[in-house]
Design a protein around this ligand. Structure first.
Ligand SMILES: Cc1ncc(COP(=O)(O)O)c(C=O)c1O
Length: 371
């Protein structure tokens, strides 16, 4: 039987035709009509005026911090429960990461902690230059109080919506919050270009500046003139062609991932100790990954092992950044909630390409594992 992956790429069907057309047109470059089209379609869908297609979500995070002027000596606060890319971008610009715990309602950054700690930091003259709030596993953080607190203190807000394209917060799309927002089209994401990302924002000068830095900081003159260090971060026109086809299929993908989570909930929801990652009242999640806490680390490890034995991939919830050796010594506000979610949390296969038979296989394998 074929291996069942956590979140395998899911073809919409038109990718090959669009790629063929792009190849035939000879636009095999990190610019071209599909890059422009992909940016325009994403910007229209999210209601954000400007978008920049990039080689990865990590590149988008890096450029977001550069554009906001974050550098050595600055502090950047972010969610501790995230993938390393969020925190790595802070390190790339030489800033100091500070980590914030999760709230139970959404598993995302606890807005109460943010509000209190920003007040305290303002009094101590220790405000961060920016906050990167992560929308985890397809669900938005509680963005309104987070954005309001940042605004009150003059702190830039970056929304890391890499995992949440298709989600909404109070009716507004993930990726449309913050001064800048970031998406990822990595192979495991809800839409994929194999690798890719996007930076979005309402200020033209920021997106123009990011485009310049992403194109080796090449001055707009015929000879090759450079006054700054730049990066090679643009998305290929071929990959943008794939992205456009995938984006047009987003609604189906969201509906499928939500249905997969519902299937797991109805078939496995009664297992002792199991609690599914909640859907917070303020938004609609894509359930990019179906996540569940299972009561103890031993149970979590036993489930991963028994699923692996029948060729099914399941993974622990992200290991929080404040527990990572690479960020040892970094400051953390709270941390116990994120640590608990990590120690007992599990992500189940959730790809929108999973069939009913695949889901039966996963459910049977879980049920065959002693509770
Ligand atoms: C929360 C988060 N931020 C950033 C990234 C980085 O995106 P990419 O893999 O496209 O660099 C990812 C995923 O890979 C992610 O899950």
């Amino acid at each position: 039987m074929p291996r069942i992956y956590l979140s395998a790429p899911d073809l919409a069907g038109g990718e090959l035709a669009m790629l063929g057309e792009a190849v035939a047109s000879n636009w095999i470059a990190p610019l071209g009509p599909h890059v422009d089209g992909f940016e325009a379609e994403m910007s229209a869908r999210l209601g954000v005026p400007y978008a920049l297609a990039l080689s990865s979500g990590t590149a988008a995070l890096h450029l977001a911090l550069l554009v906001l002027g974050v550098g050595a000596g600055d502090r950047v606060w972010t969610s501790t429960l995230t993938f390393a890319a969020t925190a790595n971008a802070i390190a790339y610009v030489g800033a100091t990461p500070v980590f914030l715990d999760s709230e139970r309602a959404s598993w995302n950054m606890d807005p109460g902690i943010l509000v209190d700690e920003l007040e305290r930091a303002a009094r101590a003259n220790e405000l961060p230059k920016a906050v990167i709030v992560v929308d985890l596993y397809g669900q938005c953080a509680d963005l309104e109080p987070i954005a309001a607190a940042c605004k009150r203190h003059g702190v830039w807000l970056v929304e890391d919506a890499a995992e949440a394209l298709g989600a909404t917060y109070r009716g507004k799309p993930a990726g449309s919050f913050g001064d800048l927002a970031v998406l990822s089209f990595n192979g495991n994401k809800i839409i994929t270009t194999s690798g890719g990302g996007m930076l979005l924002g309402a200020r033209k000068e920021w997106i123009d500046r990011a485009r310049f830095l992403a194109t080796q900081a090449r001055e707009p003159v015929a000879h090759y003139e450079h006054r700054e260090v730049g990066y090679n971060y643009r998305l290929s026109n071929l990959l943008a062609a794939v992205g456009r086809v995938q984006l047009a299929d987003l609604e189906r993908r969201v509906a499928r991932r939500r249905a997969i989570r519902e299937h797991y909930r109805t078939t496995l929801g009664e297992r002792p100790g199991w609690t599914f990652m909640p859907e917070a009242s303020f938004g609609s999640s894509t359930f990019w990954l179906t996540c569940v806490t299972v009561g103890s680390p031993a149970r979590r490890d036993a489930l991963i092992a028994s699923l692996a034995a029948v060729d099914i991939e399941a993974r622990p919830v992200w290991k929080p950044m404040h527990l990572q050796p690479v960020f040892a010594g970094a400051r953390v506000f709270g941390g116990a909630v994120a640590a608990d979610l990590f120690h007992t949390g599990l992500c189940l296969p959730s790809g929108s390409g999973l069939t009913g038979a695949d889901l039966e296989r996963v459910v049977a394998a879980v049920q065959a594992t002693p509770a």
